[in-house]
Design a protein around this ligand. Structure first.
Ligand code: FES
Length: 86
């Protein structure tokens, strides 16, 4: 995890309907459960012009496309837990 990490979740209509509606509370719950809500800036995006690839989520500037729940949990675990324990 970088000093101030940032998650951007696309909440445009396409990404919202494809899964980010459900992904937002998953992210919020993950941050709360691990006590890192204050260290991670969680932002919404209106659209990233990659609607066909959605749902899209960026972590520290790297966009991940076609994110499903399992991939999201893997990304969160890898980015915020694995690296924090190194
Ligand atoms: S709605 Fe997410 S990229 Fe367009």
């Amino acid at each position: 995890m970088t000093e101030t990490s940032r998650i951007v979740i696309c909440m445009g209509s396409s990404c919202f309907a494809r899964g980010n509606k459900e992904h937002l509370p998953v992210i919020e719950q993950f941050l709360a459960e691990h006590g890192i809500t204050a260290e991670v800036q969680l932002c919404g995006s209106r659209c990233e012009d990659e609607c066909a690839l959605g749902p899209n989520i960026a972590i520290d500037g790297v966009w991940h496309f076609g994110v499903d729940r399992g991939v999201l949990i893997d990304l969160l675990n890898h980015h915020f837990l694995d690296t924090a324990e190194m």
